[in-house]
Write a protein that binds this ligand. Structure first.
Ligand SMILES: Cc1ncc(COP(=O)(O)O)c(C=O)c1O
Length: 390
């Protein structure tokens, strides 16, 4: 089997250089652990950018669901329906709000669907969408338009009508609304932007404004759901319900699966031919999603996120590390803001066998799988604290 060096060299030769990759190849995962091509083991506190994030790597029940479905039917197109897709949609709706689902493969695609639906609902001429500084909604042209300028360089022109305002500033939101505004998109907790948690009052005011001005409120839950923040969906922390919610990453248990979930009044506007995705909601990926939803319910992973998140916060806080300026987040979505760059911390953690993430230069993000056991959680925290303290 090829080792790290060979795979990295071949990656450089055959793959586009669009990712800032670490020169390692991963070959095996189990729970909160992952192994590279030279056999080194890591505790994964970031779970593939959240994509393997809820149930961990290769959860046996997810693997069994995929194997069993693979032997029956891989895809049939959306000319027909299929049982795993229906079961998954039903489960998402039962744990969220009275809605209908559209399935696709990536968070960006889910947001594209949300944008198109918002335009349909708002009607001609109402094309403006409000998003927030430090947000992240994806890399396709529509989603990119909503995302901060630093990601847009070289790709202009963007979609017209993007309005950006500061988080937690309801006056700025209100001032930016005009008769061409169709909706507001917000992450209930910003991920890439540095784990920024909006206040409950702000989220409730947003809901009120959207009701008052007939705007569509979209919650981008691609990072925050399912279960990661201690609720099935993070909007549930705020006592509000969005009109549309988008899902991605962890919902697939590690395979490509994403969804745009919209209140029935809106979803009914996406009539035949208005939108689509050839392999969206294919039985294979949907079966994996169903197994994730079942595991969250049976293993009470929302509570696990709350309890383990609290252990992380308490352990890191009690270490009294002078470099730490702030620790924030909900459940197992935690940001640790430093007074220095976290790049070196990332490299040293990797050497010690711990995978973390570094965003916005100074914010460490940790998001271990919710199924992580006490031993791996403690070991990961020990490494992190040791590295941060020296
Ligand atoms: C909040 C949020 N929305 C959307 C996306 C885009 O998801 P994807 O990379 O699956 O297109 C991301 C990716 O990190 C994200 O964090």
């Amino acid at each position: 089997m090829a080792g790290n060096a060979q795979l990295v060299q071949q990656t450089d030769e055959y793959l586009m250089p669009n990712y800032g990759r670490v020169p390692l190849a991963m070959v095996k995962g189990s729970g909160a652990r992952i192994w590279d091509a030279d056999g080194k083991e890591y505790i994964d506190f970031f779970a593939g950018f959240g994509a393997g994030g809820v149930v961990g790597h290769c959860h046996p029940e997810v693997v069994a669901a995929i194997k069993s479905q693979a032997e029956k039917l891989l895809s049939c197109g959306n000319l027909f329906t299929n049982e795993p897709q229906v079961e998954l949609a039903k489960s998402i709706v039962e744990h969220s709000f009275d809605a209908q689902c559209f399935f696709c493969h990536s968070g960006a695609e889910a947001n594209e669907a949300a944008l198109k639906l918002t335009r349909l609902v708002a009607g001609e001429g109402r094309y403006k969408i409000i998003s927030f500084y430090n947000c992240f909604h994806g890399r396709t042209m529509g989603a990119l338009s909503l995302t901060p300028e630093k990601y847009q360089k070289g790709f202009d022109p963007m979609l017209p009508g993007n309005v950006k305002v500061p988080l937690d500033d309801i006056e700025a939101v209100e001032a930016s609304i005009d008769n061409q505004t169709s909706g507001i998109i917000i992450e209930p907790i910003q991920g890439e932007g540095g784990v920024n948690v909006p206040s409950k009052e702000f989220m409730q005011e947003l809901r009120r404004l959207c009701n008052e001005k007939s705007l569509v409120l979209i919650c981008d839950e691609v990072w925050t759901a399912p279960a990661r923040t201690g609720e099935w969906f993070a909007y549930q922390h705020y006592g509000i319900t969005p009109d549309i919610m988008t899902l991605g990453k962890a919902i697939g248990g590690g395979v490509p699966l994403a969804a745009c979930v919209a209140r029935r009044e809106l979803s009914s506007r996406l009539t035949a031919g208005t939108h689509g995705c050839t392999l969206g909601g294919n039985p294979l990926c949907a079966a994996s999603g169903v197994s994730v939803m079942k595991l969250i319910e049976r293993e009470n992973l929302t509570e696990a996120a709350r309890k383990k998140g609290q252990i992380c916060l308490d352990t890191i806080r009690s270490a009294n590390i002078s470099k730490i300026k702030d620790i924030r987040g909900k459940g197992l979505m935690i940001g640790i803001e430093l007074d220095c760059s976290c790049k070196e911390i990332f490299n040293r953690c990797l050497e010690e066998g711990l995978i973390i993430n570094c965003t916005q230069e100074k914010v460490i993000r940790i998001a271990p799988p919710l199924i992580i056991d006490g031993t791996d959680l403690q070991r990961g925290l020990e490494i992190l604290i040791k590295v941060l303290s020296t």
